[in-house]
Design a protein. Sequence first.
Length: 100
Amino acid sequence: MDIPAAKDFNSDKPIDIETEVGIVQLFPLNAKHGEDSKRFRVAIDGIVFTKIESRTSGFITFGGKRFNGHFTKIVLDYEGCWKVVFETLISDPEFWKDVP
């Protein structure tokens, strides 16, 4: 299933990330993009309720295309949720449309 464009992220609607252990649902809080030569780099901050290890690989789909990435900065929060960052490269300009 395609993830929404960055401007349409909603913490109430999870993003499905396919991993070796199955689907991990990430509830996005925000997305940051790189600059200059790293302009397609995306870091999606969010919360997951599935235990996941740092550097676990996964992929997301946008515009019918798959983009590989990995989890970083995993911090156990309270009540069984983890604050995470999923990093990937999304070269489709539609993903960043209307985002400053």
